[in-house]
Write a protein that binds this ligand. Structure first.
Ligand code: HEC
Ligand code: HEC
Length: 410
C-alpha cells in the first residue's frame, strides 16, 4: 500500500517536473519529507536522526560483542554469546551521566577505559561530591566477567563482586552501584522514567533494537549493562601472546619474546603469587592451581584494619581484613593499589610483599612460613624483574578498542 502511494507520488512528482520545471527544486524537498522511512544503514533514517546529534555509533550495525578467546588462554571457557545490540545499549548507559541522580557521574567516571576501567584516585568522587569508601576495581577479564567470577570449577565456590564480594551476581552489583548513596544515588524505577522522557529519544531506538520494543524497565537497564561489562575481554597482552605462541599453559617454560628480567619475574610470580592470583592469568591455570579457588584472603596489609572487608558483611572475626583477591590483568594501569589505594606504584606493592607483610590473625597461609609472615626479601634486581613481569599483562588493544569507548558526541 505504502509503496503504491509512493509510486503515485513519484509519478506525480515527475509529471509536475516536466510541466513546471522551474518549481522542481522546492517541490522535491516537500516530497522527500512525506516519503516512507528509508533504511539505508542498520538504523532507519529517523532512528539515525535521533542518534546522530548525541551518539557516534557504527551506522552499519553494532560492533561484535561476542566473546571469543583463544583456547590456549581460556580453556573451554573462552566463548560467550552476547547480544551485540544489548551490549551497545549497555555501552551508552555505561557512559551516560544521566544514570546518576545529579547527572554528574557515569560508570565511566570511576571506571576509565585508559586505566583498564579503574580510577586513578584512591577514592572516587560520586554523584554528590562524596567519595567512595574503597578504591575502584578495574573491569575486564579474559573471559566473560560474570563467568570469570561465577564458574565453579569442580567443588570451587563462586566469587562475588566488590572488594568484599557482597554482591553475588553482576546484576546485583549493578543495581547496588546505581543506588549507592556515594556512587550514583539513583533509584532504578526513577531512572527508567527519566530515560523514557521525550528528550531521550535515542534510548527508544536503542531499547527497541535490543528488546524489540522501546519500553524501558529497570531489569532491562541492568541486563544491558551486564552484557556490556561481560563483553569486556582483555586477552591480547604480551603475556597472552606468549601463552598462545607456546601452544598452551606451560607456565614454567621460558617465553622466547620476554626479556630475561620478565622471565625471571614470571618464575618469582609462579612461586610466590600465583597460588592466590593465578586465576587472573588463565582459567586453565586456575583449575590447575587448586580446586578450591581462592576468592578472598587477608594479605597482611595491617595488623588492625580500618575497613574489615568481608568481616563487615559477615560479622565473623575470622573474616576480618579479608578482601577480594583481585584480577591482575592490566595491573600496570590501575594504580593506586589495594582496597584503599594505599600504594601508588607496583614497586611499592612488590616492596610490601618482599618485606612488609603483617602478622594479622587471619593472614592467609600462602603468605606465611614457620616464623609467621613470609618475607620474600627480594633483591633489587628480582623486585624489578617481578614488576617487569606484571607489566606484561597490559593489553593496549583493550584500552583503545572503540567498542568499549565513550560513544557520546562531545
Ligand atoms: C563513584 C564511582 C563509581 C561509579 C559511578 C561506578 N562505580 Fe563501579 N565501582 C566503584 C568502586 C569504588 C568499586 C569497588 C567498591 C567496593 O568494592 O566496595 C566498584 C566496583 C564495581 C564492580 C565490581 C568489580 C569486581 O571485581 O568485583 C563492577 C562490575 C562495577 N563497579 C561496575 C560499575 C558499573 C556498571 C557502573 C555504572 C552503573 C559503576 N560501576 C559505577 C566505583 C564506581
Ligand atoms: C594469600 C593470597 C595472596 C598472595 C600469595 C599474594 N596476593 Fe596479592 N593480593 C591478595 C589480596 C587479598 C589482595 C587485596 C588486598 C586488599 O586490598 O586488602 C591483593 C592485592 C594485590 C595487588 C593490588 C591489586 C589491585 O587491584 O589493587 C597486587 C598488585 C598484588 N596483590 C600483587 C601480588 C604479587 C606480586 C604477589 C606475589 C609477590 C602477591 N600479590 C601475592 C592476595 C594475595
Amino acid at each position: 500500500m505504502k509503496t503504491s502511494i509512493t509510486l503515485l507520488k513519484s509519478l506525480l512528482f515527475l509529471s509536475l517536473c516536466t510541466l513546471v520545471i522551474s518549481s522542481c527544486q522546492d517541490e522535491k524537498v516537500v516530497i522527500e519529507d512525506v516519503l516512507p522511512e528509508q533504511t539505508t544503514g542498520y538504523y532507519s533514517s529517523s532512528e539515525q536522526a535521533h542518534l546522530n546529534s548525541i551518539l557516534s555509533l557504527p551506522t552499519a550495525g553494532p560492533f561484535d560483542y561476542n566473546v571469543n578467546v583463544a583456547r590456549e588462554i581460556a580453556g573451554s571457557l573462552g566463548q560467550t554469546t552476547i547480544n551485540s545490540d544489548l551490549a551497545t545499549l549497555g555501552r551508552v548507559l555505561f557512559y551516560d551521566k544521566e544514570v546518576s541522580k545529579t547527572s554528574a557521574v557515569s560508570c565511566g567516571s570511576c571506571h576509565k577505559q585508559e586505566l583498564a576501567f579503574a580510577d586513578d584516585a584512591a577514592f572516587s568522587e560520586g554523584f554528590s561530591g562524596a567519595h567512595t569508601d574503597r578504591n575502584s576495581l578495574s573491569l575486564g577479564s579474559f573471559i566473560s566477567f560474570q563467568l570469570y567470577y561465577d564458574t565453579p570449577i569442580g567443588p570451587a565456590p563462586t566469587a562475588g563482586f566488590f572488594w568484599d564480594e557482597r554482591a553475588t551476581s553482576l546484576g546485583e552489583q549493578m543495581a547496588q552501584t546505581i543506588a549507592n548513596d556515594k556512587e550514583m544515588g539513583m533509584d532504578l524505577s526513577e531512572l527508567s522514567d527519566k530515560l523514557s522522557s521525550p528528550d531521550h529519544m535515542h534510548y527508544r531506538v536503542l531499547f527497541n533494537k535490543a528488546f524489540g520494543d522501546h519500553n524501558i524497565y529497570p531489569n532491562r537497564i541492568v541486563s544491558a549493562l551486564e552484557a556490556f561489562v561481560n563483553s569486556m575481554v582483555t586477552s591480547n597482552s604480551r603475556y597472552d601472546k606468549e601463552i598462545i605462541a607456546s601452544g598452551g599453559i606451560n607456565a614454567r617454560a621460558e617465553f622466547p619474546n620476554f626479556t630475561a628480567a620478565e622471565n625471571r619475574g614470571k618464575d618469582i610470580f609462579m612461586s610466590n603469587c600465583a597460588s592466590c592470583h593465578g586465576s587472573s592469568i588463565t582459567a586453565a591455570h586456575r583449575s590447575q592451581v587448586n580446586a578450591g579457588v581462592l576468592t578472598v584472603a587477608n594479605n597482611g596489609l595491617d595488623v588492625n584494619y580500618a575497613d574489615q572487608g568481608l568481616g563487615e558483611v559477615s560479622n565473623h572475626d575470622y573474616d576480618n581484613g579479608k578482601f577480594k583477591v583481585p584480577v591482575l590483568r592490566n595491573i600496570e594501569l590501575s594504580a593506586p593499589y589495594m582496597h584503599d589505594g594505599r600504594f601508588e606504584t607496583l614497586e611499592e606493592v612488590v616492596e610490601f610483599y618482599s618485606t612488609g607483610v603483617q602478622d594479622h590473625d587471619n593472614l592467609h597461609p600462602n603468605l606465611k612460613d614457620n616464623n609467621g609472615p613470609k618475607k620474600l626479601n627480594l633483591s633489587p634486581s628480582d623486585s624489578e624483574a617481578l614488576v617487569a613481569f606484571l607489566k606484561t599483562f597490559t593489553d593496549q588493544t583493550f584500552i583503545t578498542a572503540e567498542k568499549y569507548s565513550d560513544p557520546f558526541v562531545k
